[in-house]
Ligand binder design. Structure first.
Ligand SMILES: [Zn+2]
Length: 378
C-alpha cells in the first residue's frame, strides 16, 4: 500500500497554503497537526481494510483542500485497476456528495462512478448516472452509454437518446452505433422503416444499406436491391464481398448485366481483388481471355493476392488444355489454404473471424469488422 503515501502530498500543500496566508505560526502548526492526524487516521483505517471509517476520515479533509480531489480520483482508479470495485465506488460516491465541488469535477466523479458500476455489473445504476451526464451535454458520457446500451440490448433507449441529443453526436463511430441500434430495433420489431431512418445519416454507414438490399433481394425486388447495394458499393467498396454475387444476380434478373460490368469498371481504381476478378469475368464473357490474363497478371505484380492468384490459375488453365489438370490441382491446394484464413477482420482491434459480426466481440465497436484485407484477404 505504499501508493497511498501520495495522499500525504495535500498535507504539504495545505501546510504551505496556511503558512503563506497566516503569519501566526502557532495557528498554522496546529492546523497542520490536525490535518496530518486526520490523514494518518484515514490511511491507517484504509490499510486495515476498514474502508468506511478510513474513507470518511480522508474525505473530511476535502473541505480543507478541494485540490485534493485529484488524489482521491487517482486512488479510486488504483482500486479499480486492482479489481477492488467496492472501494472505488465508495470513494466516488463520497466525492459526489461533497457540496463544494465544481460542476466539471462533479461530472468527472459521476463518469468514473458509472464506469465502476459497469465493471461491477450494476448496469442500471451506471445508466442512471450516464443519463444525467448526457442530459447535461457531457460528450464524454457518449462512449460509455452507447457501450452500455449495446451490452443491455436497449436499442430503443439508445435511439431515444440520439434523437433527444443529436447535437452531441459528431464522431463516425457514434453514428455507426446508432445506425446499428436502428437496424437491431427494426429486426426485433419487424419494422424495416427504422432502417431507412438510419440511411439518412450523413456518414458512411454500412449495415442499413446492406440489410435493406438483402431484404429486397430475398423478396425478388431487384430494383430495390440494386438501389441500396449500388449506393453501398460506391461509398464503401471494401464491403463488396458481402453482396457482390447477389448484386450481379439482381442486374442479370433485370437483363442489365452490361450496367453491372460498367459499375465494376467504375470501381476498379478503389476496388480490391474481388472487383478485379469480376472485371476479368466480364472480359472472359466477351471472349477476351488474353486481356483478362494480362490485366490480372499486371495487377498481381502491383498488389499480390492469393485469391487473385487462384483465379489466374483458372484463366491459365482455360488458355492451355495440356496443363489445365495440373493447374487445377494446384488451385485446389490454394483454395484449401484460403479456406483456413478468416474472411473478416476488425479494423480497430485486429480481431478476425469466419463470421461477420456488426459489433466486434473483442473491442465492442460497431461496423469495424469487414472483409479481411492484405495477401490472404479481399
Ligand atoms: Zn474490434
Amino acid at each position: 500500500m505504499t501508493e497511498l503515501l501520495f495522499l500525504l502530498l495535500p498535507v504539504a500543500a495545505a501546510y504551505g497554503y496556511v503558512m503563506g496566508k497566516n503569519s501566526a505560526k502557532n495557528q498554522a502548526l496546529e492546523l497542520n497537526r490536525q490535518i496530518t492526524s486526520q490523514y494518518s487516521k484515514g490511511l491507517k483505517f484504509l490499510l486495515d481494510r476498514e474502508e468506511d471509517q478510513g474513507l470518511e476520515h480522508l474525505i473530511q479533509l476535502l473541505e480543507v483542500s478541494a485540490d485534493s480531489v485529484e488524489h482521491y480520483l487517482t486512488l479510486a482508479t488504483l482500486f479499480r485497476k486492482r479489481g477492488e470495485l467496492d472501494r472505488a465506488i465508495k470513494i466516488h460516491e463520497l466525492l459526489l456528495n461533497q457540496p463544494n465541488l465544481s460542476a466539471s469535477v462533479m461530472a468527472s466523479c459521476r463518469l468514473e462512478l458509472a464506469k465502476d458500476y459497469v465493471l461491477a455489473g450494476l448496469l442500471d445504476s451506471a445508466e442512471e448516472h450516464l443519463v444525467i451526464l448526457v442530459k447535461n451535454h457531457n460528450v464524454k458520457a457518449l462512449d460509455p452509454i452507447i457501450n452500455l446500451y449495446s451490452q443491455m440490448r436497449e436499442w430503443r433507449k439508445g435511439i431515444n437518446m440520439y434523437e433527444s441529443h443529436r447535437e452531441l453526436f459528431t464522431k463516425p463511430q457514434h453514428f455507426a452505433a446508432i445506425a446499428n441500434f436502428y437496424c437491431e430495433a427494426a429486426i426485433s420489431d419487424d419494422t424495416p422503416k427504422l432502417m431507412e431512418l438510419a440511411c439518412a445519416f450523413e456518414h458512411k454507414i454500412i449495415r442499413p444499406y446492406y440489410e435493406l438490399g438483402k431484404d429486397a433481394f430475398v423478396k425478388n425486388d431487384h430494383v430495390k436491391a440494386i438501389y441500396y447495394w449500388r449506393k453501398l458499393v460506391v461509398n464503401c467498396t471494401n464491403t463488396a464481398p458481402l453482396y457482390i454475387k447477389e448484386l450481379e444476380q439482381s442486374y442479370i434478373e433485370l437483363n442489365l448485366k452490361n450496367q453491372f460490368d460498367d459499375l465494376i469498371e467504375e470501381l476498379l481504381p478503389q476496388g480490391g481483388v474481388l472487383i478485379r476478378i469480376k472485371h476479368c469475368q466480364s472480359l472472359l464473357e466477351q471472349g477476351q481471355l488474353h486481356q483478362a490474363i494480362d490485366f490480372l497478371t499486371d495487377s498481381l505484380k502491383r498488389e499480390p493476392s492469393i485469391r487473385g492468384f487462384s483465379f489466374l490459375l483458372q484463366l491459365l488453365g482455360n488458355n492451355n488444355n495440356k496443363i489445365q489438370a495440373v493447374l487445377s490441382e494446384i488451385d485446389k491446394l490454394v483454395k484449401s489454404y484460403i479456406a483456413t484464413k478468416p474472411e473478416y477482420q476488425c479494423q480497430h482491434c485486429g480481431f478476425s473471424s469466419h463470421t461477420l459480426y456488426w459489433l466486434c466481440p473483442s473491442c465492442k465497436h460497431w461496423e469495424t469488422i469487414g472483409p479481411s484485407k492484405g495477401l490472404d484477404g479481399y
